[in-house]
Design a protein around this ligand. Structure first.
Ligand code: GH3
Ligand code: MG
Ligand code: MG
Length: 304
């Protein structure tokens, strides 16, 4: 994808020349003559970097930087005409990633933009790593609790349904004992992919523990979560594994579904999904159990 740069300056010539330069070196460039216009453009589309003048009529560049950093995921480089007027510290304090003096040498600005983009990319990679499970490439459990808290909060506010799916591999210890931990890891990795492919766009999947997975289904009742669970279960049992020293092996999973009940604690919501999963195990594994309220007898809500 092309990188988009927004140039904000009240000087027509600078805007024109800078846009032309940015396009020559391969960026998409847009311009704004003042801060409000810049903010309007930022509402409309994504810019990776904003290069803004400080001295402008109306909202100045430092203020604009502050607003951008509050509202958008965009890097800001500020330009100033008089080296004494504003300090680097002031600009950085408002959230700017870099600072250049006018008259701006375009080659220098380009180097600074490249560095800012490199750092942005690195930061995004790190952010992704921090919430990703290395083996399954699904989100990790820390992210699970953060996201679930956010979704529960939203559900409380809007009174929309929210469901949770918990899944555990059947007899996985046996698989590890028979074929080795490394082969077990391969199953987990494949399962991560299978789960990811079976999800709807709004759902998110997490490695909850060793061989346990969770899926958050926003705007979904427990009943509506059933077909998602059925699809995942089917996809998993349709896969064949070929561990070393083994033949063609298939695995099964047990699932539990719960729906958030307004007012309940987040931990009770999770516990109920866990309990539903446990009921699936009790009933012989390789099945789905839906638990709407806590004290439902084990043989209720059976799903083939
Ligand atoms: P059940 O059907 O009751 O769930 O039986 P189970 O054997 O799957 O359950 P149990 O909780 O007894 O064992 C879970 C096993 O999962 C134990 C452990 O060896 C395996 N496991 C957990 N995390 C990992 C992992 O990261 N890699 C591998 N290879 N195995 C793991
Ligand atoms: Mg387990
Ligand atoms: Mg298990």
């Amino acid at each position: 994808m092309e990188t988009s740069i927004l140039i904000v300056d009240d000087d027509d010539t600078i805007r024109y020349l800078m846009k032309e330069f940015m396009e020559t070196v391969g960026y998409q460039a847009e311009t704004a003559a003042e801060a409000q216009e810049a903010l309007r453009l930022l509402e409309e589309r994504i810019f990776e970097v904003v290069v803004t003048d400080i001295m402008m009529p109306g909202m100045d560049g430092l203020e604009l930087t502050e607003v951008i950093k509050e509202r958008f995921d965009t890097e800001v480089i500020v330009m100033t005409g008089y080296s004494g007027d504003y300090s680097y510290e002031e600009a950085v304090d408002k959230g700017a990633s870099d600072f250049v003096f006018k008259p701006v040498r375009f080659e220098e600005l380009l180097l600074r933009i490249k560095r800012v983009l490199r750092e942005r990319h690195l930061r995004k990679e790190l952010q992704k790593l921090a919430i990703t499970d290395g083996l399954t490439k699904l989100f990790n459990s820390r992210h699970f609790y953060n996201q679930l808290e956010m979704e529960v909060e939203r559900t409380r506010r809007h009174d929309h349904p929210l469901s949770l799916l918990l899944m555990d591999i059947d007899h996985f210890k046996q698989y590890n004992d028979l074929y080795g931990h490394l082969e077990g890891d391969k199953v987990l990795a494949k399962l991560g992919k299978t789960v990811q492919y079976s999800l709807r766009r709004t759902d998110s999947a997490y490695r909850y523990g060793g061989e346990e997975f969770t899926i958050i289904l926003p705007e979904t009742t427990a009943k509506e979560a059933v077909p998602v669970a059925v699809r995942i279960k089917k996809q998993i049992s349709a896969r064949t594994f070929y561990p070393e020293n083994g033949g063609a092996i298939t695995i099964t999973v047990s699932l539990g579904i719960s729906q958030y009940q307004i007012g309940e604690k987040l931990s009770d919501f999770v516990k109920r999904a866990d309990k539903a999963m446990f009921l699936s195990k009790q009933k012989g594994r390789n099945r789905i159990t839906l638990l709407l309220e806590d004290e439902v007898p084990p043989d209720q809500n059976p799903i083939p």
